[in-house]
Design a binder for this molecule. Sequence first.
Ligand SMILES: C[S@@+](CC[C@H](N)C(=O)[O-])C[C@H]1O[C@@H](n2cnc3c(N)ncnc32)[C@H](O)[C@@H]1O
Length: 278
Amino acid sequence: MKPDDALELRPGQSTELLKELHILTREGRINQDSRRKLKQVYHLYQFIEKLLLELPAAPDRPTLADHGAGKSYLGFILYDLFFRPRGCGHIYGVETRSELVERSRALAARLGFERMSFLNLSAAAAADETALPDTIDVVTALHACDTATDDAIAFGLRKKARFMVLVPCCQAELAACLRQNKALSLSRTPLAELWRHPLHTRELGSQITNVLRCLYLEASGYQVTVTELVGWEHSLKNELILARWTGQRRHSAAQRLRALLAEFGLESLEARRYPGLP
Ligand SMILES: C[S@@+](CC[C@H](N)C(=O)[O-])C[C@H]1O[C@@H](n2cnc3c(N)ncnc32)[C@H](O)[C@@H]1O
């Protein structure tokens, strides 16, 4: 291994895992194409590690559910660096593509990562899945498509998550509602100019969706911070929403959320997306 490569690997880290994830070549060198991916996942790892360290120690904890897990890069790195050395806790990957679930299961079995489970489920169905425990400490959703982030939030609320770490992806649901009511909105308010052009409808739709998500979390007892996911420059979707359970449900956030829905003619979304609003 070149000294440069060694710097990027952590003590005790499974080189076998990194080879399987194609981050290391068969010869054990850092794959140049994957160097960036490794940096990104480390960045998120460092962020999540701090949250995991805040959780009370218990034999079967921490528990973490990753929605829209894909190839489970994040889950595997978290397990290898945090869960494996501690010998406790469990990671659940939730993913709709069965081939990715099978692949992750096989890889976890090969590496002996016993406390990882992969569920071939949608984020929406996961809350009712009996294979998952009643409470989950940390919910993550990294570029989970469209409304999967909303489903991950609903899951986190049901499972009384202590933390939710969300990097939303593209979002189409709200933009479709904006589009539907466009003519009416344009006649009603000059603000509708903000979503008159299709590109703006899409972008504003994403922006409002994330604002509403934050308000919903605040109304549901979470403290929310929104930052940029550093190192994710290649992606336009690099907004990181961190929700930390405090138990203080903010009524003003619920009021604001409803006012925003009314302002944009989106009241029909309340029952579907924000059913727990006080
Ligand atoms: C853009 S990929 C991100 C994968 C991974 N989180 C990452 O960042 O490398 C989104 C993944 O979410 C999955 N997905 C899409 N909708 C989903 C849903 N409703 N529930 C669970 N998984 C979903 C897709 O199959 C895909 O693997």
